[in-house]
Design a protein around this ligand. Structure first.
Ligand code: PNS
Length: 159
């Protein structure tokens, strides 16, 4: 399972998905419906973006969860978590998450995948910041996600 906020999905996420499928047969991309930080995109929008991107992939399922990740993993009988690890700055948070989750559910293992070099600096937050300032986001997200970002920031003029 690849859990995340995906607000929005970036080329870095897609790269992690592709990498994971080199060694697993089936991947569940699991969107947290109500992340602690208020998302820019609604759950429906985040869900649609991911299902659009992977619609022709039989071995990828896009799902969502509420509450604790470990509860969802247990409910699904999934014990392998995939996360992207870009830089040292990610490490603290990820390390904390792995150890906390493991303390609550000892059967979980987490595998960290490092995206392609050109996506190492990339995050959904950076992409949103560029879009907010009307910069070019096409290099960082699929074309239709770039359009959605532009629409979003045009919709709300005070962003
Ligand atoms: O894309 P993100 O925002 O880095 O994803 C973080 C996510 C959703 C994987 C994480 O916040 C999570 O699992 N949240 C669910 C609540 C939970 O289980 N918290 C305990 C983990 S420390």
């Amino acid at each position: 399972m690849y859990p995340g906020s995906f607000d929005p999905v970036t080329n870095g996420h897609i790269d992690v998905v592709e990498r994971s499928l080199k060694f697993i047969d089936k991947l569940i991309i699991s969107i947290i419906r109500h992340p602690s930080k208020k998302p820019l995109f609604t759950f429906k929008e985040r869900f649609e973006m991911l299902t659009d991107i992977f619609s022709d992939r039989k071995n990828i399922a896009v799902e969502y969860f509420d509450g604790l990740l470990i509860d969802y993993l247990e409910k699904k009988g999934v014990y392998l978590v995939i996360r992207g690890l870009r830089a040292v700055s990610d490490f603290d948070y990820e390390f904390q998450m792995v150890l906390t989750n493991r303390k609550m559910l000892s059967t979980i293992e987490t595998i960290f995948l490092t995206p392609r070099e050109e996506y190492l600096y990339l995050s959904s937050s950076t992409v949103k910041e560029i879009a907010r300032l009307r910069g070019p986001v096409e290099k960082f997200v699929p074309a239709f996600v770039a359009d959605k970002l532009k629409e979003k920031f045009n919709e709300v003029s005070n962003y």
